[in-house]
Design a binder for this molecule. Structure first.
Ligand SMILES: [Zn+2]
Length: 302
């Protein structure tokens, strides 16, 4: 469930030596023991599903070379406006949730009608374009892993009505979500699936499903952050004279590391022959402004 009323800060830094060029990702497990979120069909509370997937996601990100900090209520909840407070300089926040449905649908016994993931972004986050870029990469990886988006949150009914930014990838705009709105870094919220649906809950509880979802989300975050790093490399290399000044952000990164990042980026994330077009598209996106996609809602909402 999206509604969160929460209370204490628990930060779990993941061990392991991350490369110097690793990004720092906050992995937020939604809700906590005091306000556990949705209740699964079996009675298991949402926050336990969130913690399991968040832990697996942090491991998957670490395996890809990223630095991670887990944000998790231990013995007490963490308020939404405190979830990024422990590491305000982190590069990205991904908040993990599991979904319910409207109370009147529950009462009508419609649980089995709803399944699938949803991704949320907020225009009121200070980095909406970067947030949306990461949401797209996560959606692409989830689809490639065999997951399908739920379209339920876009229904034009009271209590939902969160319009699509990208219907195919299951990305919705939800400006008021506190964890996204208040985070000082780009941020995305992922509803991994609908735990009030008994069959979906059973599937989401399987370790293989948790690992697969974690890998997919981690790959999406990694790809998105690699693009950002590669953007930095591109800007650096295009400086007049072709030399980096000692004061540039890239100066602290060794040439070898920069080359590795560029090679990895080209190999893994750039379609053949699309280099210039992709770079041009990135240049067109304001680093702090809204992306064009924000206004492509099929419901025509602002
Ligand atoms: Zn939730």
């Amino acid at each position: 469930m999206l509604a969160s009323v929460l209370l204490t800060l628990g930060l779990l830094a993941l061990g392991g030596a991350a490369p110097a060029h690793a990004a720092h990702v906050l992995v937020d497990a939604g809700h906590g023991p005091e306000h556990p979120g949705a209740t699964g069909a079996s009675g298991r509370p949402e926050y336990l599903y969130n913690q399991d997937l968040a832990a697996a996601l942090a491991r998957a990100l670490a395996a890809l070379g990223e630095r991670t900090t887990r944000v998790e209520g231990i013995g007490a909840d963490i308020p939404p406006d405190q979830r990024a407070a422990g590491a305000p300089d982190a590069d990205f926040l991904v908040s993990i949730h599991h979904d319910s449905i409207l109370a009147r649908y529950l009462e009508a016994g419609r649980q089995t009608e709803f399944a699938g993931y949803s991704i949320f972004v907020s225009q009121r986050n200070p980095h909406p374009a970067r947030s949306l870029r990461c949401a797209r990469r996560i959606g692409e990886r989830l689809r490639a892993a065999g997951e399908r988006p739920s379209h339920y949150h876009a229904e034009p009914v009271e209590g939902e009505n969160h319009p699509f930014v990208d219907r195919r990838l299951g990305i919705h705009r939800y400006d008021g979500l506190a964890v996204l709105r208040i985070a000082p870094m780009p941020a995305v919220l992922v509803e991994a699936g609908v735990i009030v649906n008994p069959a979906e809950e059973a599937r989401l509880g399987e370790p293989e499903t948790v690992a697969r979802l974690a890998r997919a989300i981690a790959q999406g975050v990694h790809a998105c952050l690699a693009e950002r790093r590669a953007d930095g490399i591109r800007l650096d290399l295009e400086r007049p004279g072709g030399r980096r000044s000692s004061g540039s952000p890239g100066a602290a990164i060794s040439r070898k590391c920069m080359q590795w990042l560029a090679d990895t980026y080209k190999r893994q994330y750039m379609p053949p022959f699309a280099t210039q077009a992709t770079h041009a598209r990135h240049r067109a996106l304001p680093s702090n402004g809204p992306a064009e996609g924000w206004r492509s809602s099929r419901l025509g909402r602002p």
